[in-house]
Design a binder for this molecule. Structure first.
Ligand code: MN
Length: 747
């Protein structure tokens, strides 16, 4: 346990003005209040707030934040009250501790609605004072560092929540020092087999390359010294989880990742960065397409550095990152480093929100290293909070926020040079909406780098995008299926409400027609018009929409239209005929989907591209077959692009249902090696997954192509299986493919 004086000294070391008395008072108060409470590890409870304070001191935060760390659990876990904290430590700390108490019990892995409600509360607390987030993240960090003392089931849940929300949030705030460590601990809890495999292979690679790396470090140090550049050089290895993610993102094997190991050159001035770069490029040839200057164009999370890859001795590619000490601090600590310019960040406007405005950090401590005009971390946070106030439904808010938490970035430009930061794989439509909602709404075409391109193209870093607009034109419903930003999505959704009504109306009419056919009766609009007063609807359209949205039961409408149906009991069983068979379970289970009435009759998954629970889905109304459900990435959807009226928005509805299995057809490219198949089946079995069907599609000299149908619980489970398989050295590639017919040569 860190002692009182050690903590104070740690803070004084970076902030000689620190309020020593405040820190001592908070330490003693917390110590007394937590008394004999114990943690799951058996340690005294107070060791936890001390460690949280120490982590905040690691980020070089001021004494107010460090003291809040010491006190963060007092209102929650002891008899301390807000009033008492206010009296002893002032209202500022009182409100911070209260903010933390409010969010301490938020469960972010729960039913969808509760989850988005909790996420809203979290963002709301953060929006009041960004320091709440810093303490919360430090709190989570220490809880994760000691997670092994927690019971396995709870451990899994906390790790999943951290992986899904807190780690990406830390990353979004630019606090990579937190993000990386949190991810790595979660990875260990959630998938230790894959992590171990990666660690073992890293160690092997290391042993092979040790001499080479030492040589390069020595040459670098010597050259820098000769040129009179003061700098430190050190090697840095990617964390297992970053490697895992990269393998997943780019579908490549570990050997093909070129930047597992990088050298960092940390200088004292921007000038020296470019001088060091010159030295490096004179000594070794560089790989042109790998050169990136994030000093002149910082990343959207304010990351600044020069990246270059050189071809070193033995033709080995080596990545180098060149930056100043100050950039290094911003890169690792993100908004926590902005918080250092406290008069700009929050003391400026103590009454208002602590998220700073445009002038937030024109100044910096050294005066020479301005971070980007407005920190995009804050920009993002403000944007999230805006959408929170925008009245998106909880489900929409959750989806949009999650989307943006996880997205990587691409930087594009308007023709007059304005930088627009977008998630990777954003489309020109996202770009248009990012520039202005009106431009998005009236956009009809685009030019990428001067070439006329489709609106669904994926944008790359550095693209110049010119949007062609046409007055009076409206966004198309189908755009929503391929845009990636929350902003574009909700704008399209809003503009399409009318269009959507039409879809629902169409669907409702279809459903009513169907049930009449089944009952061997004739549907006429006159009958429905006559029945309107009975069911209390104003127009036919209103009834159709209500049917499609399950607001009124189909059979009740039918009964109101044809009174003699009241005598027939076959209608009572109608809705039971829509049950659906899934996977190998052979049990009939209702379709776990919301968004359409269950009375619709035929509703089925696409056989070619069966969707997996949790991934985005749409339904296409196919006149002959009913409603067919596709994953949003299915190529089959392209055939319906010109018929937006057939597209129905669907949402999974898995809550409270028995777990189901979903079939995923995949194709694995594997090395032609003895025992390869056994390794694959073992790894799949280890992840709790069934193999339903498998056979070799094609054989080459070195590689086999294996088709498999595996059964998974949901898309998370699928990704877990896929990524675990990728850690196997024998596997070259895995992709989801169209389902083939069963019964071909099985092995
Ligand atoms: Mn705590």
């Amino acid at each position: 346990m860190m002692r009182q004086y050690e903590l104070v000294e740690k803070v004084l070391a970076y902030d000689p003005q620190a309020d020593e008395q405040l820190l001592n008072k908070a330490y003693i108060y917390g110590y007394k209040k937590h008394g004999t409470q114990k943690r799951a590890s058996g340690d005294p409870y107070f060791s936890h707030p001390i460690e949280v304070a120490a982590i905040l001191a690691e980020l070089k935060l001021d004494s107010t934040v460090v003291a809040t760390g010491l006190l963060h659990d007092t209102i929650e876990d002891t008899d301390a009250t807000r009033e008492e904290i206010d009296q002893l430590f002032g209202e500022e700390i009182g409100s911070l501790v209260e903010g933390l108490t409010k969010i301490s019990q938020l469960n972010l892995i729960s039913r969808e609605v509760a989850q988005s409600e909790n996420l809203r509360k979290l963002f709301f607390a953060i929006s009041k004072d960004i320091r709440v987030l810093l303490v919360k993240l430090a709190d989570r960090m220490h809880n994760m560092r000691t997670i092994m003392h927690v019971k396995p089931e709870k451990r899994q849940r906390i790790a999943q929540e951290t992986m899904d929300f807190y780690a990406p949030l830390a990353g979004r705030m630019g606090i990579h020092f937190f993000r990386e460590e949190l991810e790595d601990i979660c990875f260990q809890v959630l998938n230790h087999e894959a992590r171990d495999t990666i660690l073992n292979r890293l160690q092997e690679m290391h042993e092979d390359e040790k001499d080479l790396l030492d040589d390069i470090a020595e040459i670098l140090n010597k050259k820098l010294k000769q040129a009179g550049i003061v700098a430190r050089v050190y090697g840095r290895e990617k964390r297992p989880y970053s490697i895992f993610r990269k393998m997943e993102r780019q579908s490549i094997s570990l050997e093909k990742i070129s930047d597992i190991f990088a050298f960092r050159i940390i200088t004292h001035s921007e000038d020296d960065c470019y001088r060091a770069l010159g030295l490096v490029h004179t000594e070794w040839p560089m790989v042109p397409e790998r050169f990136k200057d994030f000093i002149s164009i910082p990343k959207s999370n304010d990351y600044r550095s020069i990246h270059t890859t050189i071809i070193g001795p033995t033709r080995k590619r080596i990545e180098l990152q060149i930056r100043t000490e100050e950039m290094q601090e911003v890169n690792e600590f993100g908004i926590a480093s902005h918080a250092l310019y406290k008069e700009d960040v929050y003391i400026n406007n103590p009454k208002n929100s602590s998220i700073p405005g445009k002038d937030a950090h024109k100044k910096s401590r050294s005066g020479s290293v301005p971070v980007s005009e407005e920190s995009s971390a804050f920009k993002w946070l403000r944007h999230v909070i805006e959408s929170l106030e925008d009245g998106d439904t909880p489900a929409e808010f959750l989806e949009n926020t999650k989307l943006e938490l996880f997205a990587d970035q691409a930087f594009c430009f308007t023709p007059n040079g304005r930088l627009i930061a977008l998630p990777k794989h954003a489309t020109p439509i996202d770009f248009a909406y990012a520039v202005h909602t009106d431009i998005g709404n009236t956009c009809v075409g685009c030019k990428i780098n001067g070439v006329t391109s489709p609106l669904r193209s994926k944008l790359d870093n550095g693209d110049e995008v010119e949007i062609v607009t046409s007055k009076g034109s409206k966004p198309q419903a189908i755009w929503e299926s391929f845009v990636t930003t929350g902003k574009a999505k909700s704008a399209i959704r809003r503009a399409n409400k009318e269009e959507r009504q039409k879809q629902y109306s169409h669907l409702g009419r279809e459903m009513l027609n169907r049930i009449f056919k089944k009952l061997k009766l004739k549907f006429t609009e006159d009958k429905l018009t006559a029945a309107l007063p009975k069911i209390a609807y104003k127009s036919l359209d209103d009834v159709f929409v209500a049917i499609a949205r399950s607001e009124i039961k189909l059979k009740d409408v039918a009964k109101a239209m044809v009174p003699m149906l009241l005598e027939r009991n076959d209608i009572e069983f109608m809705h039971d005929q829509t049950h659906f068979e899934i996977g190998a379970s052979n049990k009939t289970t209702p379709m776990p989907i919301r968004g359409v009435s269950k009375d619709i009759g035929a509703i089925r998954f696409s056989k070619k591209h069966p969707p997996i629970a949790g991934e985005r889905i749409v339904g296409i109304l196919r006149p002959a077959e009913g409603l067919v459900v596709y994953p949003i990435h299915s190529e089959e959807l392209e055939a319906f692009e010109d018929n937006p009226e057939l597209w129905i928005d669907l949402v999974w509805d898995l809550e409270g249902r028995e777990k189901q299995w979903f079939t995923a057809p995949i194709e694995i490219t594997l090395l032609n090696e003895v025992g390869a198949l056994a390794q694959i089946t073992n790894m799949i079995a280890e992840q709790g997954c069934n193999i339903w069907n498998s056979y070799i599609v094609a054989k080459e000299v070195d590689f086999h192509h294996l088709y498999m149908e595996i059964e998974v619980r949901d898309i998370h489970h699928f990704n877990l299986v896929k990524n675990s398989l990728k850690t196997l050295p024998i596997i070259n590639d895995i992709k989801r493919v169209a389902g083939k017919k069963f019964g071909e040569i099985s092995i």
